[in-house]
Design a binder for this molecule. Structure first.
Ligand code: ZN
Length: 329
């Protein structure tokens, strides 16, 4: 793992002295590898380093309860080598709509599912290195998964404004597990089905576009290291900012956690958070910035260890639009 700091310093000559323009330092974690789960990892109960995926039957076939590691060229053992993954090319811009409305009790997230940044070309161009991986996958209503376009859809999620941790974590029902509020696009659970009906980590099995996004059922969404495209990465030495909201209303923050000091959103650990420091849902308690105030509450973090965003849901899942709720059934 390496860290890249963007430092912009400007000095301007000033009559009789120097005017120093404030230094802007952003801190972006740029992982070179991701940790992916080995074959046989259970997705049937809440545990660290995996997902807790609700059992389901798809077209009469029981969905696997363990993961199978993909053997794509960018996977070696339980390591994904990011530099070796092909990219779905393109820089497509589409009309983006997204808003968050707050009431005293609720948070309403609503948009057309199109991110505020440009994304890859879907259907996947047959000339690209990514094409064969998509073409090998069947897709309902299409010749294969390479044919799936990105279209706008009813992306909506209503959650409690101040969610409460439930006695037991919930399994992941819909593939849509959250919304990146920085960009207005959905975040999906890190599980997919292979051509031979195995449950796989999508980041080990499929190339994405430059933002680690792609469509499922025509809905553009993120996986793995997608947070590279989120515009606000935070400042060096400070905890990562909010990236989005999970399906239960808790916040999803970047890889730099707030420190252990109580009472202040300061004291970043300065090192990206690891799964060992997070619970089985990929979250923990801490002092975070929440609706402009400091608050000690539960939240999730992104990092480069599977499942990268959310492993299970510690709160009650809110209300999703039908097209989102039905994903993966
Ligand atoms: Zn934290």
């Amino acid at each position: 793992m390496k860290m890249r700091s963007f430092v912009a310093t400007a000095l301007a000559a000033f009559a009789g002295g120097l005017l120093v323009v404030p230094v802007v330092v952003a801190c972006v974690l740029v992982p070179t590898t991701l940790k992916t789960p080995p074959t046989g990892t259970s997705i049937g109960s809440p545990a660290k380093n995996t997902l807790y995926f609700c059992p389901r039957v798809i077209q009469g076939i029981t969905f696997p309860t363990t993961l199978t590691n993909a053997s794509e060229p960018w996977v070696s053992g339980t390591t994904i080598n990011i530099a070796d993954i092909p990219t779905v090319p393109g820089s497509v811009k589409k009309k983006h709509r997204f808003s968050i409305k707050l009431t005293s009790k609720k948070r309403h997230l609503k948009g057309n599912g199109i991110p505020n940044h440009s994304f890859g070309r879907f259907p996947v161009p047959s000339s690209s290195d990514a094409y064969s991986y998509y073409a090998a996958l069947p897709a309902q209503g299409y010749a294969n998964a390479a044919e799936i376009p990105v279209r706008q859809y009813d992306m909506s999620l209503t959650v409690p404004r101040n969610p409460k941790v439930q006695p037991r974590p919930s399994c992941i029902e819909s593939l849509a597990v959250g919304i990146a509020s920085q960009t207005g696009a959905a975040i999906h659970a890190e599980v997919a089905v292979s051509a031979d009906f195995k449950a796989v980590s999508p980041s080990a099995a499929l190339p994405y576009d430059k933002c680690w996004g792609h469509p499922y059922a025509e809905q553009y969404h993120y996986h793995g290291f997608s947070w590279k495209c989120f515009p606000n990465q935070g400042k060096k030495g400070e905890p990562s900012p909010l990236y989005g909201y999970a399906a239960d209303g808790f916040g999803i923050y970047g890889p730099y956690s707030e420190g252990p000091r109580r009472g202040a959103v300061t004291g970043s650990t300065r090192k990206p958070i690891t799964n060992a420091q997070l619970d089985e849902c990929h979250g923990h308690y801490g002092w975070i910035r929440w609706d402009g105030k400091k608050k000690y509450m539960y939240h999730y973090h992104t990092n480069n260890e599977y499942p990268y965003t959310i492993g299970c849901l510690r709160g009650k899942v809110g209300q999703m639009s039908t097209v989102m709720r039905q994903l993966g059934h």
